[in-house]
Design a protein around this ligand. Structure first.
Ligand SMILES: Cc1cc2nc3c(=O)[nH]c(=O)nc-3n(C[C@H](O)[C@H](O)[C@H](O)COP(=O)(O)OP(=O)(O)OC[C@H]3O[C@@H](n4cnc5c(N)ncnc54)[C@H](O)[C@@H]3O)c2cc1C
Length: 399
């Protein structure tokens, strides 16, 4: 009979499915597979011939959707005292600094990097310290974590301390599966929503770069660029600032997964022991104080007793200051509400398969009356695209 979308035959809401893979992990019959849909997002599919209708997939899914969240105990702004780490990280470098400290203590640490075997990004364990360099930096697309769920369980069972950092939906899945484990430490990221990597590959292809199999890393939000691709041979290809269709689609929430539109984690209450985000707006009140800080400032929310222990163990590595939760939420929409399913987002998803990524983005962005500057950006981008100057390929060392 083959595989069918799990939500077609079970009490699982397709619109809310984050692709966390808890159902896939829980199935005792191995009847569930995570398969990409036509937009490149992973969803659970079930082989009904193997399914015994035990209901475990539905119950873990329900548990995650009904899970309770923590109100932050303490809120900080922070950035790493290690300047190099700060620059290489997307925000203040708190995530990478925690990784380094805990890796040195022998913990199992999990983060996002490209995995050669799949030629795709995954949330995986750092085997070498060098992996932490690859974890650093936000990759603005969904990166599967379901492949690591069994391994995390084995490490916990063997008494190892495990640190998992991921988006809130991924973090909640790990939390619900291993709820009672004292040696599991969870950090969730404040999250705007996730597009699929397929859209980024689409943009690369249009621009004439088909070299995805030799990709080593992808960097966002670096000075002067929207996106920089680093290849294994040491060459780089970058899309200059405000020239990426992909980044524009992400920024105005055209391309995120369905579940992001109704994300229950887009609020002040958090799932992890600690939550990390950008402390947007912090410099508004006191410009002089932050004038030299060009590389971003972390928002750190410490949410549980375990979070306090973790923060106390590492806080001396940062320049930090205590704040009120109101200061943190003022300029950070994702602590207030989910992105929502706008009309223009619907346009993007309805056009993608027929028209392709770039045409779908143009049509959708132009349908968005709230962002008249889209027209100007898109016009400039198209001109650049035709002149083939928007992508700059340079030889340099990986970095
Ligand atoms: C898709 C996405 C959307 C985000 N949206 C917002 C937002 O709207 N508001 C906000 O305040 N902050 C947002 N963030 C968080 C922010 O960009 C930083 O990741 C966070 O502040 C940590 O910064 P850092 O300097 O401590 O991390 P770094 O030291 O740079 O380390 C990056 C960390 O992020 C993890 N990571 C990177 N990409 C992914 C991914 N795709 N999925 C799971 N984990 C990943 C890495 O494994 C590592 O733990 C988002 C992050 C992501 C990945």
């Amino acid at each position: 009979m083959g595989y069918e979308l799990l939500s077609n035959s079970k009490d699982i809401d397709y619109e809310l499915c984050t692709g966390c893979g808890a159902c896939y992990f829980r199935c005792p019959q191995n009847a569930i597979k995570m398969i990409k849909n036509p937009f490149g997002f992973y969803y659970p599919f079930v082989d009904n011939d193997r399914c015994t209708k035990c209901g475990l997939c539905e119950s873990i899914c329900r548990n995650i959707h009904n899970s309770s969240l923590h109100s932050p105990i303490d809120v900080y702004s922070a950035w790493s005292k290690n300047e190099q780490q700060h620059i290489w990280s997307t925000s203040g470098g708190v995530a990478s600094t925690i990784y380094k400290k805990m890796f040195a203590k022998g913990w199992k640490i999990y983060g996002a990097k490209i995995v050669d075997l799949h030629n795709e990004f995954r949330i995986v364990e750092a085997k070498y310290e060098k992996d932490i360099e690859l974890f650093s930096g936000s990759k603005y697309f969904q990166i599967p974590s379901f492949n690591s769920l069994v391994e995390i369980g084995n490490a916990l069972k063997n008494g190892m301390s495990v640190l998992f950092i991921g988006t809130p939906c991924q973090t909640d899945a790990v939390k619900k599966i291993y709820e009672k484990k004292d040696n599991l430490y969870l950090i969730d990221l404040v999250c705007h929503g996730v597009p699929s990597l397929q859209f980024l590959k689409d943009e690369l292809r249009v621009i004439g770069e088909n070299n995805f199999s030799s990709l080593y890393n992808i960097r966002f939000r670096e000075k002067g660029t929207d996106i920089r691709f680093i290849f294994k041979d040491g060459t780089n290809a970058s899309i200059s600032k405000n020239r990426s269709f992909y980044k524009r689609g992400f920024d105005i929430s055209l391309t995120c997964r369905h579940s992001c539109c109704k994300c229950k984690y887009a609020c002040v209450k958090r799932v992890g022991d600690i939550s990390l985000g950008d402390f947007w707006g912090i410099e508004d009140k006191n410009k002089d104080k932050y004038v030299g800080i060009q590389s971003g400032i972390n928002l750190v929310m410490v949410n549980t007793e375990k979070g306090i222990l973790l923060w106390d163990a590492i806080k001396d590595n940062f320049v930090y200051e205590i704040h009120s939760i109101d200061e943190a939420t003022l300029k950070n929409p994702q602590l207030n509400y989910a992105v929502g399913n706008s009309e223009s987002r619907k346009v993007f998803f309805s056009q993608y398969e027929r028209k392709g990524f770039i045409n779908a983005i143009i049509t959708a962005a132009c349908a968005n009356k709230k962002f008249p500057e889209n027209y100007v950006i898109i016009f400039k981008y198209i001109v650049k695209l035709f002149l083939l100057k928007s992508i700059k390929r340079v030889d340099s060392h990986k970095g």
